[in-house]
Design a protein around this ligand. Structure first.
Ligand code: NIG
Ligand code: FE
Length: 421
């Protein structure tokens, strides 16, 4: 197999290995392979060798057509994976900052018709092309910061037409730029104004009209629901998710973020792939998720931006065996950040996760959270050549510096798509 690209002399090549069957949990979440003076050989869009530079050079037999990337002084990681985003939406919500600073709570802004419902208006008003243009812009920002795969939710349309438009836009954004997007249908993100006080009637529409179209047109892999006080109850969430499961979609949940409603328990009962947020998860919820193998996707950027004083109990979740992943939750309201590097800092500082745990949580466990662990999430022979090079002497440095983009190159499907000179 001809080596088309070779990365050599990296200070560290850092990855989990042999972990594509099951997400990492407990002590296992710490496990990283660190190769000093490391190299990665690539043929086409696949990794063909990973190891010390001398060994890889021997094996890879580069010729004068091989592109060689000198990674001296750099740390190489698998391309970062962001397993929870709302990257396609209309408008923006900077005007809500003033309300927030006056102390108006997040759910109160929504109850007044703002918040998610404000973005729903803007998303409905936007053309599909406009949504695609914005989505591409946000994805390019993410790519420049090291993200090579991301989950992407609908949920700002909340009508059949606008939900389908959003999912089509997600598909188009996926095609139009390097980041791979994994689409999730989130028709049950909020109750739209025209169904105010009739959430069950709105869910009839989600289940009877939207869901069949989404599935028939193969527009999503997962179905998600915002299980929250004043949004959808545990009972209502169960209805949506059970219907989606029956139609063959994987399940995700916005669970136990602000008020504990038993979301984690429900995720475990239904065999969801992930339950996300989990700031107020109960001990029982933790036990059930661990037993059922539901991945807890923690979103510390949202907690930070909402100014909450308590973060998800990550240490407890890890100790009790919940496989943990991390994501940005990029969205126009509660988390207008799409940079996973900032999530590294927040996870270390506020979730008390160690740098190895965090790296696994945004690579291999994030790959499991989007159902793609056999293809991405670690640097192993046969996996996709999605890699990121950081201008850093070691991986701890990524958790130590903050607010500066440390990416020097990004490789997607074996091609250099970002190069910082
Ligand atoms: O994940 N929690 C619900 N949904 C989003 C926020 C959406 C918004 O405020 O626009 C979230 O935080
Ligand atoms: Fe979210």
């Amino acid at each position: 197999m001809k080596t088309t690209l070779l990365i050599k002399n990296a200070r560290q090549v850092v990855t989990s290995r042999g972990t594509s069957e099951k997400p990492l949990s407990g002590e296992g979440l710490q496990e990283l392979t660190v190769i000093e003076d490391g190299a990665v050989a690539v043929s086409g869009d696949k990794i063909t060798a990973v190891g010390p530079t001398a060994e890889v050079l021997d094996k890879a037999e580069p010729d004068d057509r091989t592109r060689v990337v000198d990674a001296s002084g750099k740390v190489v990681l698998p391309g970062l994976i962001d397993p929870h985003t709302h990257v396609v939406f209309g408008g923006s919500r900077e005007h809500e900052l003033a309300l927030k600073l006056q102390g108006v709570p997040y759910l109160e802004i929504l109850a007044r018709g703002g918040g998610i419902l404000n973005s729903v208006e803007a998303t409905r008003a936007a053309s599909e092309e406009e949504l695609v243009r914005n989505g591409i812009k946000y994805c390019r920002q993410m790519l420049a910061q090291g993200t090579t795969t991301a989950e992407a939710k609908s949920g700002y349309g909340l009508s059949t037409e606008a939900e389908i438009k959003t999912l089509q836009a997600i598909r188009e954004v996926d095609r139009a730029q390097p980041i791979d997007l994994v689409p999730t249908f989130l028709g049950a993100h909020a109750v739209p104004a025209e169904y105010k006080n009739e959430p069950d009637r709105y869910l009839d529409l989600v289940i009877e009209e939207m869901l069949p179209q989404v599935v028939d047109r193969k527009l999503a892999y997962y179905c998600d629901v915002f299980c929250e006080d004043g949004i959808f109850s545990e009972e209502q969430s169960r209805r949506v998710l059970a219907a989606a499961k029956e139609k063959g979609l994987g399940l995700k949940m916005h669970a136990d973020e602000i008020v504990p409603l038993g979301g984690a328990e429900l995720a475990a009962e239904l065999g969801a792939v992930t339950a996300d947020h989990l700031l107020v998860i109960s001990d029982q919820g933790i036990e059930k998720m661990a037993a059922a193998g539901v991945i807890g996707v923690i979103l510390p950027g949202t907690t930070f931006y909402l100014g909450e004083d308590h973060y998800a109990p990550a240490r407890k979740m890890i100790e009790r065996g919940v496989p943990v992943a991390l994501a940005t939750d990029f969205n126009p309201g509660s988390s207008p950040n799409n940079n996973l590097q900032l999530i590294i800092n927040l996870a270390c500082l506020y979730l008390r996760m160690t740098p190895p745990e965090v790296i696994n949580a945004i690579t291999i466990n994030a790959a499991h959270a989007v159902g793609r662990a056999s293809e991405i999430g670690s640097l192993e022979e046969g996996k996709k050549a999605d890699l990121v090079l950081f201008d850093a002497p070691n991986y701890d440095y990524l958790a130590y510096r903050y607010g500066t983009n440390l990416v020097s190159s990004v490789l997607k499907n074996g091609e250099l798509v970002v190069e910082v000179k």
